[in-house]
Ligand binder design. Structure first.
Ligand SMILES: Nc1ncnc2c1ncn2[C@@H]1O[C@H](COP(=O)(O)OP(=O)(O)OP(=O)(O)O)[C@@H](O)[C@H]1O
Ligand SMILES: [Mg+2]
Length: 471
């Protein structure tokens, strides 16, 4: 038989694809005979170089390598294949008595080895086991990638029907260039969706410009959105480009669009319709072109009905809508999210909290999660910092986050409404401050301005909630 000859077994059921790398004519014949009898599909090459080349063109389940090959030896060939196909299952044929070599090979990831002279019964067993390993690896791989495609997109996780639908929708619209309106309660992942839409869009290499409409005071909105010319108003020392202009040829994400005053709504509608803008104090029209993604926690349709949001703008924004369900309506997602955040924060804080007792998990499932995924994330973060054990019990969890006990009768009886309110309010406050700090890169003055409180008061609150160093 000539090298590289393609031999297809007579059996119609393909049991596995095997590549033999062997330069010795006699051995090639022996192996071919044996494999043919077993009904495997196989190919034979006589050198390592050829094996590596062939592997790049075709997938094999198993490779049988002779150690003593001309030029590249069997181990070098194995390494060459493994570089590109880390899961390759390989069997090495070694000369009689080279046990040390065989052991080294196995340490480096070779599945098994034969000593010459080959014994046919042994050969059969080892090949079958090798193939089983390959098939099992493939199955695991397929299951894993199936899991990943079903339960996540980008960084959006969720196995519930409601979230799978959202994920499917986001995946579909990401590549189209249409405007997307993302709606959902606070902390449901609106920004995450916006980022995923951008990352998987045709404009992923263009800019992604985010504006939080709720954070820009009304009198500054125009300047922030459209920019200004030098001398346009007191304080305009030099010309500045606005966010809309910066987003040119990219993606503009208008967060909390529901909080935009009607006057500003009218102005941005004009830009969206005409694809051009004028800077404040400027006279020339500047062409702009971007994909628009908007988000809000408000019910925009209701706002339209109440005359608080322009209907024409609403239709412009809402070409496709993505509505994120609140966490309390998809509690199946809680375990996945808990696990995810445990992974993220154990890495980040170098702590080893691995999970929660089943009683504690029950508390997670019973809570109504008014702050949605963000609230859950904060809880895990807090547990991670304060934990000593690998598994946290319910008692410790409730001490760390008393709100989780909300539905348990004991606590409802003992805690007065006032108490609960206090916990609720300070919790919300802490979350808000932390978010603002993050958004402002932990710059104190900017954060205080954003929150509309004094720097001193921010300092005190950071101390109270133990947020970062309160310099
Ligand atoms: N489905 C999800 N999978 C993984 N992480 C999520 C998911 N949803 C939200 N998160 C995480 O929860 C946090 C809050 O999400 P995000 O900021 O996107 O919410 P939001 O809806 O924009 O909230 P807000 O209305 O308060 O601005 C983020 O850290 C985000 O990564
Ligand atoms: Mg947001």
């Amino acid at each position: 038989m000539t090298p590289e000859q393609i031999t297809k077994s007579s059996a119609d059921k393909v049991k596995g694809k095997i590549l033999i790398v062997e330069d010795d004519e006699g051995m090639r014949f022996f192996l071919s005979e044996a494999l043919e009898k077993e009904g495997y599909y196989f190919q034979v090459v006589e050198s390592g170089e050829k094996a590596i080349k062939l592997f790049a063109q075709e997938i094999f389940d198993l490779v049988i390598l002779d150690y003593n090959l001309p030029e590249m030896n069997g181990m070098e060939t194995f390494t060459g294949i493994k570089d590109k196909f880390p899961d390759v299952v390989a069997i090495l044929i070694t000369a009689f008595g080279s046990k040390d070599l065989a052991i080294t090979a196995m340490e480096q990831g070779v599945f098994d080895y034969f000593n010459k002279p080959l014994e046919i019964g042994e050969l059969r067993v080892v090949i079958r086991r090798g193939l089983e390993r390959a098939f099992m690896q493939r199955e695991v791989y397929q299951l894993r990638s199936q899991l990943e495609t079903d339960y996540s997109f980008d960084r959006i996780l969720g196995s519930s029907k409601a979230m799978s639908d959202v994920i499917e929708r986001v995946r579909k619209v990401a590549t189209s260039d249409v405007s997307v309106l993302i709606q959902g309660e606070s902390g449901t992942g609106k920004e995450l969706v916006a980022q995923a839409l951008y990352a998987h869009s045709q404009r992923s290499k263009g800019p992604f410009i985010k504006v939080n409409c709720a954070a820009v005071p009304q009198e500054l909105m125009e300047a922030e959105f459209f920019g200004y010319e030098k001398g346009a108003f007191t304080g305009a020392h030099k010309q500045k480009r606005g966010k809309f202009e910066l987003a040119n040829e990219g993606t503009l994400f208008l967060d909390e669009i529901g909080d935009m005053p009607l006057v500003t709504q009218m102005k941005i509608l004009r830009v969206i319709q005409e694809n051009e803008l004028e800077r404040v104090g400027g006279e020339v029209s500047i062409p702009v072109e971007f994909r628009l993604i908007t988000a809000t926690h408000r019910d925009l349709e209701k706002a339209v009905a109440q005359g608080e949001f322009r209907e024409d703008l609403f239709y412009r924004l809402n070409v496709v809508s993505v509505v994120l369900p609140p966490l309390r309506n998809r509690k199946e997602d809680i375990p996945i999210l808990v696990k995810h955040f445990l992974g993220v924060y154990s890495e980040k804080f170098k702590k080893n909290l691995k999970g929660f007792s089943s009683e504690a998990m029950e508390s997670f499932l019973q809570h109504s999660w008014p702050g949605n995924v963000r609230e859950l994330e904060n809880v895990i973060q807090r547990c991670m910092v304060l934990s000593y054990d690998k598994i946290m019990g319910n008692k410790e969890l409730l001490e760390i986050y008393p709100l989780l006990a909300g539905s348990s009768r004991e606590v409802s009886a003992s805690a007065s409404l006032q108490n609960k309110l206090e916990v609720l309010v300070s919790d919300a406050e802490e979350t808000l401050i932390l978010e603002a700090l993050k958004e402002e890169n932990w710059k104190r003055q900017e954060t205080a301005d954003r929150l509309g409180i004094s720097r001193k008061s921010l300092h005190n609150k950071m101390k109270k909630y133990d947020l970062g160093s309160s310099d």
